[in-house]
Write a protein that binds this ligand. Sequence first.
Ligand SMILES: C[S@@+](CC[C@H](N)C(=O)[O-])C[C@H]1O[C@@H](n2cnc3c(N)ncnc32)[C@H](O)[C@@H]1O
Length: 286
Amino acid sequence: MSTHARDDPTTAQGWDAHAADYARLFSPLTGHIARSMVCMVQGRLPLAPRMLDIACGPGDLAVAAANVCAAQGAGSVLATDISSGMVALTERALAPLSAYAQAEVRDGQALNLEKGSFDAAFSCFGIFLFPDRLAAWRAAAACLRPGGFLVTSVWREPEHNELARVQIEPLMAALPARLTDPPPRPGWAELMTAEGLVEEVTAAAPVADAEIHVVDATLALPTPDAMWRGMVGNPLSGALIARCASNERDAVERAVLEAFERRSGGPDRPLLINASCHVLIARRAG
Ligand SMILES: C[S@@+](CC[C@H](N)C(=O)[O-])C[C@H]1O[C@@H](n2cnc3c(N)ncnc32)[C@H](O)[C@@H]1O
């Protein structure tokens, strides 16, 4: 596995630890959206396309992109992520398509790739989480040839996205007041609307002709407990839960699980939650 990452051990280690659970629990949802993102631009790509996946996670988007190349017998995919655990999962997923794709550890905020060399740069639920998103939008656009596609997905605001409500509301209600006053606001809150996403990306990077598409899908988890474990392991929600004292944490777990179990119909029942995201497609200007 080759590595071209700046030193960012906190982020990388958090995602390394969560990689296997993320792949098992959330890839069925995000993988569907990743494949949809490739579908939405593949008819507009040149023959033998060169594609980049930024924050590839377990590799669903890279596999879909590599399948586009395999169908033509030409083209290539470079999948990148800051987490070596995620890159290892992607390498495994790409093994049957290794003639068309490779995976590398890279920080998406400082890609250091050849400028103007890709026909499409994708980031499925990746860049919106980065501390320096503006650098990442610029780095992604810099890799694109003029007319190349920047394609990214971001979860929609809670009123349009049941997943955000079902996860956040019981957690906020159960956390001690000192952690929710003022209510924690995700760093990407302003990207949850179509207007906010278009405004930030087009201001940060030389891209134009932005389109927004709504993609809906259902997350299916085997049990309410699987959802709770996924939230604890996720570097973002997990960091909030980790700020509880141990007695507080037990109470939060009980309250959140009860809310999930009311929804699923019991502790051994599957938890199904609808999710909705925006997919932005923009083209590298001049
Ligand atoms: C929510 S997951 C999305 C993964 C995958 N694209 C998907 O849709 O399933 C976020 C990913 O961003 C990666 N990531 C976080 N910070 C990063 C950075 N600075 N550069 C590259 N990848 C990063 C994490 O390792 C993780 O794989």
